[in-house]
Ligand binder design. Structure first.
Ligand code: CU
Ligand code: CU
Length: 366
C-alpha cells in the first residue's frame, strides 16, 4: 500500500471512530438512549421538537463553547438576589447557587436524593444561563474518561479562550488526604475565568496550602481570594477512566450500590471533584464555586441516565438511602420535596425528577 493510501485509510478510521462515540460508555449510552426515546414518546410534557441535547465539551463547537462561557460570565457579573445581611459573601448571582449547595450539603450527599438533587440543581443553573443570560445552548458535560490520561490538555482545562480555564499556577505544595500533589495548587490565571474572585467558604477545605478562614462561622462571610486548581491525571487515570465508568454502569444492578460506588471515596464522583481540587473545588460545600463544577455534574447526571437506561422500566422510579449524610436521617422517599427556592421558586417531589424527559425536564445526552 502506498503511504498516501495508508494515510487515507487511517483517516477514514479516525472519522468512523469520532462519528460513533467509540468507547464502552458511549456504547452503553446508545443502548440507554433507545430506551429514553421510547420514554420520550410517552411523555406528556417533553416532545422531540422541544428536546435539548447535552454534549461533551470536546464535541461542542468553539463558537458554542464561547456562548456558554459568556453566559457563565454574565451570571458571575449579575448581582445576588439573596439577603445581603445573611449572605454577605454572595455578591453575584452565580454565588447564590453556591450558597444553596452550602446550605444543603449534609442533606444531599450520601443520601437518597444525591442524584436527583444534583440533576435539578444543574438544570436550574442551565435555566438561569438561558433566562437570565440569553444562552441558547445546553449544559455541556465533562467526560472524565475521555480525557483521563491528561485532563490539563483537554479542551475543558487547556487554558485557551474556549476552555473553562486552565490549571492553577504550579506552586510547591503537599499532598491532601485524597491524593498526591498535582500540577497546580495556585491561582487560575489563564482562560475565561482567569483571576476569578472567590468569597464564600471555606467550610471543609481539602486544599494545600489551606485557604484563609471565613470571617463567619457559617462560611457565608466575605473571604476574598482567587480561584485555585490542582489538576493532574492521577485520580482520573486510577479512578475515573472509561473502563471504570463502564464497570460502574454494568456492575451495579440496583440504585443503592450504583450511587454508593459512584460517591464512595474511590468512586468517580470524588475522583472528578479532586481532579479540580484545591480551593474552592476541593471543598465539599463550596465546590460549585468552580465554574467547571457544572460540567462535572453534567457527567454524573449522564452516567445516571445511562445506568437507568440499561433497564429503564425497573430503574426509573427507584431510590435508596437516607436523608442525612451521616445516617440518622429518615429513609428518603420519592414523595420528599426538592426545594432550592433560594435560586428557583418551583418545588417538586423527587418522583418528578427521575426522568430527563418528564416533569420539568426535556433533555438527553449525546
Ligand atoms: Cu454536591
Ligand atoms: Cu459533586
Amino acid at each position: 500500500m502506498s503511504l498516501h493510501r495508508a494515510l487515507y485509510a487511517l483517516g477514514s478510521l479516525v472519522l468512523l471512530f469520532t462519528l460513533t462515540a467509540a468507547d464502552a460508555v458511549g456504547d452503553l449510552q446508545t443502548k440507554a438512549n433507545t430506551a429514553w426515546e421510547a420514554q420520550l414518546a410517552k411523555s406528556t410534557t417533553c416532545t422531540k421538537a422541544k428536546l435539548q441535547i447535552r454534549k461533551e465539551w470536546g464535541d461542542v463547537s468553539k463558537d458554542d463553547r464561547k456562548a456558554y462561557i459568556k453566559a457563565v460570565q454574565c451570571l458571575i457579573a449579575a448581582p445576588s438576589k439573596l439577603n445581603k445581611a445573611k449572605f454577605p459573601g454572595a455578591v453575584t448571582r452565580y454565588e447564590d447557587f453556591v450558597v444553596t449547595h452550602m446550605q444543603q450539603t449534609l442533606k444531599i450527599h450520601g443520601t437518597g436524593n444525591f442524584l436527583s438533587w444534583h440533576r435539578y440543581f444543574t438544570w436550574s443553573y442551565e435555566q438561569a444561563l438561558k433566562t437570565e443570560c440569553g444562552y441558547n445552548g445546553t449544559q455541556p458535560y465533562w467526560d472524565w474518561g475521555r480525557w483521563a490520561d491528561d485532563p490539563e490538555k483537554s479542551p475543558i482545562f487547556d487554558g485557551s479562550d474556549t476552555s473553562m480555564s486552565g490549571n492553577g499556577l504550579k506552586v510547591s505544595h503537599s499532598a491532601t488526604a485524597v491524593g498526591p500533589a498535582q500540577n497546580g495548587g495556585g491561582c487560575v490565571t489563564t482562560g475565561p475565568f482567569a483571576n476569578m474572585t472567590v468569597r464564600l467558604g471555606p467550610i471543609s477545605p481539602m486544599a494545600a496550602p489551606a485557604p484563609p478562614k471565613n470571617p463567619q462561622a457559617d462560611g457565608f462571610g466575605v473571604n476574598t481570594r482567587c480561584l485555585r486548581r490542582d489538576i493532574g491525571p492521577y485520580l482520573t487515570k486510577n479512578y475515573a477512566s472509561t473502563a471504570i465508568i463502564a464497570k460502574l454502569i454494568t456492575n451495579a444492578k440496583t440504585v443503592g450500590p450504583f450511587q454508593d460506588t459512584m460517591e464512595g471515596g474511590s468512586g468517580v464522583h470524588s475522583a472528578a471533584h479532586f481532579t479540580i481540587g484545591s480551593d474552592p473545588g476541593g471543598d465539599f460545600y463550596t465546590s460549585p464555586n468552580d465554574p467547571a463544577f457544572w460540567l462535572l455534574h453534567g457527567m454524573i447526571d449522564r452516567v445516571w441516565t445511562i445506568w437507568q437506561g440499561q433497564d429503564l422500566a425497573n430503574r426509573q422510579q427507584v431510590m435508596a438511602g437516607g436523608t442525612s449524610m451521616f445516617g440518622g436521617g429518615a429513609l428518603q422517599k420519592l414523595t420528599d420535596i426538592m426545594d432550592i427556592s433560594n435560586i428557583r421558586p418551583q418545588t417538586y417531589p423527587l418522583s418528578q425528577l427521575m426522568s430527563t424527559v418528564d416533569g420539568p425536564f426535556c433533555y438527553m445526552y449525546a
